[in-house]
Ligand binder design. Sequence first.
Ligand code: ADQ
Length: 735
Amino acid sequence: MDSEQRLVVVSNRLPVTIRRSGEEWRVQASSGGLVTAMDPILRRNDGIWIGWPGDPSGGGDPSRQEAIDRAAGGRRFIVVDLPERVVELFYEGYSNQAIWPVFHYFPAFFSYDPEAWRAYIEANRMFHDVVVENARAGDLIWVHDYQLMLLPAMLRQSLPDARIGFFLHIPFPSSEVFRLLPGREDLLQGLLGADLIAFHTHAHLQHFRSALLRVGGVESRMNAVESAGRTIRLEALPIGIAPEEFRGMLEGNAQTRHFLSEYEERFRGRRIIVSVDRLDYTKGIPLRLRTFRRLLERNADLRGRVTLIQVAVPSREKAPFYAQLRRQVNELVGEINGEYAAPDWTPVVHLNRGISRAQLVALYAVADIGWVNPLRDGMNLVAKEYVASNRGGGVLVLSELTGAAEEMGEALLVNPFDEERTAEAIERALDMPVEERRDRMEALRRRVERNNAFAWSERFIELVGEAAAERARRVEELPGQASPEAIAASYRAARERVLCFSYEGTLAPAGASRRQSAPPPGLEKTIARLAADPANLVALISVRGRADLEQWFGGIPGLWMAAEHGALIRPGGALEWRAAHPNLSTEWKAPVMSVLEQFADRAPGSVIDEREYSVAWHYRLSDPQFGDWLAGELAGFLERMLSETQVSAVRGHKCVEIRPLWIQKAQFVEQLLEERPGADFRFALGSDRADEDVFGRMGPRAWTVRVGRAPSSARFWTPSPDDAVELLRRMAGSG
Ligand code: ADQ
């Protein structure tokens, strides 16, 4: 990042927790994956970190900020004070009892309280206020995690030009599970305020896209989605650690070396398995203990020879299920030790607390096996820390339900629910020949070093920058908003005019059926008034067949009409339609129709619209995801089938259209301009890709107006078909 780009990190928790103790403020480093990953990055980038310090008493005491500044040691921490009630409902409530269980596939642990949802909104608003108060132009705002999913859109409203990135540290679940959450649409919309939304893995990203489609009705591309005229980048960016912090301690930290020699002494002749987690039901701790018991049950020779050191730092102790989990873990540890311990051997050493980094690194280094067993985890940094701290002889046993499993294929991957096979994997790890251990560990170590936290954050920052620059460029390219006054004034001043309107999606809604795309009230009269002026040539282009146009607009004298995109034309004043192209063949239609019928059969709710020279398959009412998938299949199939013909299959919005290549709206426009070569007022209205050609043909000085705001070769835009009709009314009224 260059120097004037400041990094603003926003997360629920600051990397320190502060508590009052008598007259003093006690400051303690927070533990957890987010802090581990972001802290070194903030130190490098000279940024600020905005978050809640874990102190429910609220602000108001200047000595508190001083204590925080002292603890920050050169970093800048800005506090968001959340009232106790909000913390309870927002953090313990909606974040940890609704989003956390649902996103980790624990729907049975999910509970919902509408009050908590309101507090979630309120808390996101409070974060918003502090960010807006502290942000400077040019800042790059990096919003973290599931507690702040509404924040990007709130910030986008207040700071439309800000560069905003969002990273989700936990899994994004399948849309089937995601849809359980009340507030789901708002969460999606909240994220769409960012320039970049990133996840640990492609699987999470695909789930997010599927939720956008199935829950939000928003279509996306592989790595981007359009919303409110902006393109939002989507990426999979697996988080890393700062490996040298671990390796360095092993080499040079006196405390680490002290712990290391102590452990080597204490566990001499024994094999060590280490596991380190926050005490959370997603981490699979009871299952690990049961698996370990099974291992001892079936391998008498391992008794006395292998020790499981389990470090579990308590977290979220006020939330339900956590106290229960703690009891369950203590009971299991007690049972296993009660059953198997000997005077000189404790099978499970259970530390129910956080330990220092020095001690952690020594444990990792001494362990023969690092056992990472979550039932679901966004990434899991412990797996990477174990690899970075290992001296080459260890084996990583890793749950395949973690994000880490996707990039750590040299680990022994296990399904933690399958106790038997997991126990077998531990046996295999204990028996693994030393060369194999070294080879596997070396491959893992190289990857952990390469894909480290700095590479991760640099890529994230770079991508936000790129996405924001692209947004700024697109805003410049966007057409200006059409001014009805200016258009009407130019209309009045002209001597001769050509006016050409696309119909579906422009003046009327785009629908599959006749009824859906019937003209809005008053449109026919407005067009008739325009067409009645002898100085005007007025033309309408539709995708529908001639019968519909005839019925809706056939009574307007002088109106030019083009049906089926311009395949059939009725010139102004004529009563007959004629084909735009001689020698038309429609032989292709019969085989295409039989294919379409098969597809329509497979997608309930989809319909075939057969016309004289073209056919379309519409699936607006079908399941969106299945419909999209089927449309891709259909377009691909027809492309192969029609490759030798002059007919092509084109994907449109929720439809696939099959029509001869020679059908071009622009050709029709050409004809209109030839008809009135002296026109000094040219006007075109359109809304889809084919209309871009129309705008181009109209020439650079024409009044070209696109319905809907998006990059376009039109000079102007107007929000909706209603506004487009209003424009026509203004012109008709000023002639
Ligand atoms: P967490 O759920 O907190 O993180 P994890 O990635 O394993 O999970 O990170 C835990 C961190 O806390 C590690 O750095 C570990 O060393 C430390 N830690 C855990 N227990 C400890 C103990 N008893 N003593 C000392 N330190 C301890 C969330 C997501 C993860 C994701 C990270 C980062 O749930 O899936 O990997 O964010 O994105």
